[in-house]
Every structure is written in C-alpha cells, then in structure tokens.
Design a binder for this molecule. Structure first.
Ligand SMILES: Nc1ncnc2c1ncn2[C@@H]1O[C@H](COP(=O)(O)OP(=O)(O)OP(=O)(O)O)[C@@H](O)[C@H]1O
Ligand SMILES: [Mg+2]
Length: 452
C-alpha cells in the first residue's frame, strides 16, 4: 500500500473513512452503554422488590413476641458478612431482626413508612446503597418495617464490567473497519496508480500512448489524452516537414540571387549594391541551412522505446569521430560502472554529442576526453573536454548564435552549437561551455535519471 501524501485523494479518503468509522463506533458505544445500564438498573430494581416482598412473606412474630423468619431468604448473599446485601425488620416494642451479612451498622427504616413499596438511594453499612422498604401491620396493630438494601457499587460493577468488555470489542471492530477501509481505498485508487505509471512510461518514451484498460470513469480521459497525443504528434511532424520544405524551396531562388549579386559585384557602378546583396544572401543561406538541419533532426520521428543508455550511446560516436579527425585521440572516462537510462530521444541526444565532439575534435591539439558523471538522484552530466585554445570567456554566450564562427581558419558553418542548444532546450537538458585547464569543456546535464 502506498502512503498518502499531503493533498492526495488517498489522504482525503483515509481521513473521511477514519472519521466515519470513529463516529459510527462512538455512537454505537454510547447507545449500547446507555441501553444496557437502563436495563440492568431496571432488572436490579425488580429483583430487590422481589426480595423485600419475600422478606415480608417470611417474617413471623413468635409466641414469645420476637420477630423471626420462617426460613432464610433464598439469596445466600444476605448471609455472607458485609456482602453488600442486607435486610432488616423492625417493629415498635420488639427487638429488631437483621440479616447475618449486616455485622455492623443499621438500615434507615424511614423509607418503610407505607404499605406501598418505596425506594431511594441512601448510605448503607458499606457505602451508598439502594434501599427498598414498606410496612405491614403486626398482630397488635403495630407497624412492622421491612427494609432491604444493596450497595450501589454492585450495580456500578456490573455496568463497568460490561462497558470495559464493550470498549475492547468495539476498539477491535474499529481497527478492523479502518484496515478494511484502507484496503478498499487502495483497491479503488489502483486504476489511478496504473494511469500514473502509464503516463510516466509515456513521458519516458517507453510507450507511444497511454496503455491499459481503465474503469468507465477514467477510460474517456485516457482515450481523450491518447487522441490529443496523436493529434499533437501529427501537428509537430507536419510543421517540421513544412519548415523543411519551405527552407528547401528557398534554396534555388537564393542560389540565383547570389549568382546575380556576384555578377553585380564585378561591375564598378554596382559593386556596393552587389556586396550588400551577397552579404544578405549569405545570412539567408545560413538561416536556411539551420532550419533544414533542425527539421531533419526530428521530422516525423517517433520516440524510440529504449531511451538513451549511457555509456553505450557514446561508443559508436567516438569511433566515427576518430575516423573524422585522424590524429586526435578520443578517450571515454566513466565515473562508475553503473549504466544510466535517460528518458530522451537517442537520435537527438546523439546529434548533440556529435556536434560537441566534432567541435572538440576540430580544435583539440591531440586529445579529447569525454567523461560521464554517473547518475544519482541529481541527474547525469556528460563533459567533453579538449586540449585546444578554448573560447575567450566573454565570447562564450555568442558561440550559441546561428552563424557564429570565431576561427575562420577552420571549416564550418557556425550552426553546430545553435542546433545543439535548441535540441537541449527541447529535451529539457542543459548545455554549458567553459574554459577548463586544457581547452574548452562542454557540459551536457540532464536533471533526473533512473539507474539500471
Ligand atoms: N572546442 C572548441 N574549442 C575552441 N573553439 C570552439 C570549440 N567549439 C566551438 N568553438 C568556437 O565556436 C564557434 C561555433 O561553433 P559551432 O559548432 O556552432 O560552429 P562550427 O563548428 O564553426 O560549424 P559547424 O559546427 O556548424 O560545422 C566555432 O566556430 C569556434 O570558433
Ligand atoms: Mg561545430
């Protein structure tokens, strides 16, 4: 089970279920204790009434005038000393008769003042007690008072023991309900987890659309999203092809314009105009080459399923660079044996690495080093260092502009770094240049990776 994080649906459901269970169980506990107490008290009182009636029925006046019982009361607790169950029979002019349990004290007979059975709470020999009593006329017309008393603590003990048992049971029931509630929430939210995983796979380029079957509530969302992705892909591909086509169409007219401008530049009276035209045509050609290169780099291509696997992707480029720049040594230094998988398009990534390695190969004296700073949570950096002249610090920002070339001696169109920066922006990677100990160091940093 995944733990709920603040602001999540899971946490909302968990709080709602917990509140619901606690309220429900609390209400059951309260009502059960109330109903049970009421019934126990009622049956207790009925029992005491029966006992006082039994006492009256068993009481006799002996020939010698003593008060006696024809037999002991049926409840043995009245015979046990200080058991909490007491009785007493009194009559004016006669010695009182008390239960064997009452080894000390006496009962207040004022409750027994009418033939009707009355009861009240007063203090007995062993604490607060429920007392029942009534009177009956004796043989000489005197009042005989019958009193039965039971400690209130007996009743409390019954209710407390019930409440304790009930609390334990209901607590166990609440725990069970909460656990099943949490399980139900997890089960109910599983399709959303699947959707999130499918989305992550899509973002990492492992799939081309949201995969999986979803419940009726989410299925339309997934279908709409897939339709949107397809539409977007088609639109981007179309736009790239159109940009490529446009750039291509402009090439021939531009070649004719350049040709004309060269002829104009050869005549004395139109030399200046010819030079301006040639200059502008050159700038236009650069832009066209740049747009064509950009359009080529991603036109209509589907992202590959594997992502970029480092350092595997580097090795074939190094072989190619060694052939392209004979006499220069290309060395790969890896920070660890671990492989990194970057969720990026391998073709775009390879193109950026090729541009940077080609530059390093062009300007290095003898040595190019490519090092992979291996992935932790912080991402993955590939650094390409050469032992060439580097670029003056102040000119580094300019190097990324279309057509910038600082070194006219070396062949090139000045587009490489501009394209590399564009591709990096689109991939969410960061490209920086700096002068290192030997020459230029180009760093390609991708913020988050997954290790393999
Ligand atoms: N490793 C490097 N060492 C020294 N200067 C460099 C290095 N990389 C690039 N530069 C400078 O930055 C300029 C721009 O580089 P960029 O790759 O954009 O163009 P290019 O290499 O001249 O042409 P292209 O790559 O389009 O064939 C280069 O002309 C060069 O002056
Ligand atoms: Mg270059």
């Amino acid at each position: 089970m995944r733990w709920p994080v603040p602001g999540s649906l899971r946490l909302r459901f968990l709080l709602a279920v917990s509140l619901w269970v606690l309220l429900g169980i609390g209400a059951i506990w309260f009502s059960a204790v109330r109903i049970f107490s009421h019934h126990v008290e009622q049956s207790y009182h009925e029992e005491l009434e029966v006992h006082v009636r039994e006492l009256g029925g068993l009481t006799e006046i002996a020939p010698d005038g003593r008060i006696v019982l024809s037999r002991p009361l049926s409840d043995p607790r009245y015979a046990e000393p200080l058991s909490g169950f007491y009785w007493q029979v009194t009559a004016e002019g006669r010695a009182p008769l008390r239960s064997a349990s009452m080894t000390r004290g006496r009962l207040d007979e004022s409750i027994a003042h009418s033939p009707e059975i009355l009861h009240r709470l007063n203090s007995g020999p062993t604490g607060p007690a429920i007392t029942y009593g009534y009177t009956r006329k004796g043989p000489a017309g005197e009042d005989i008072h019958f009193v039965i008393s039971t400690d209130q603590s007996e009743l409390d003990r019954l209710i407390n023991s019930f409440t304790r048992d009930l609390t334990a049971w209901l607590a166990a029931l609440a725990a069970l309900l909460l656990a099943t509630g949490f399980a139900i929430i997890s089960f109910g939210l599983r399709p959303l987890d699947r959707l999130a995983r499918a989305f992550a796979r899509l973002r990492h380029g492992e799939t081309e659309e949201l995969e999986g079957r979803y419940p009726a509530e989410i299925a339309p969302l997934a279908a709409d999203l897939n339709a949107y992705i397809r539409q977007n892909e088609a639109m981007i591909a179309r736009a790239r092809v159109q940009a490529g086509n446009l750039a291509h169409c402009l090439r021939t007219p531009l070649a004719i314009i350049t040709d004309e401008a060269e002829r104009l530049a050869q005549h004395d009276d139109s030399r200046a105009a010819g030079a301006v035209l040639l200059d502008q045509a050159g700038a236009m050609e650069q832009q066209i080459e740049y747009q064509l290169a950009r359009a080529r780099s991603g036109a209509g291509r589907k992202p590959s399923g594997r992502g970029v696997v480092l350092p595997d992707v580097v090795l074939p480029i190094l072989r190619a660079m060694e052939r392209l720049h004979p006499g220069k040594r290309f060395t790969l230094v890896s920070g660890s044996d671990q492989r990194a998988v970057l969720p990026l398009d391998p073709v775009d990534y390879t193109e950026v690495l090729s541009i940077l390695l080609d530059n390093a190969g062009k300007w290095a004296r003898s040595e190019v080093t490519i090092s992979i700073d291996q992935p932790h949570a912080g991402g993955c950096t590939v650094a390409i260092a050469d032992d060439g002249p580097g670029i003056p610090e102040a000119q580094i920002p300019q190097a990324f502009a279309v057509g910038t070339r600082f070194d006219p001696e070396v062949a090139g169109s000045g587009l490489g770094l501009a394209i590399a920066r564009d591709l990096c922006d689109a991939m969410g990677a960061e490209l920086t240049l700096a002068n290192g100990a030997g020459g230029l160091v180009a760093r390609l940093h991708y913020p988050s990776t997954s290790g393999e």
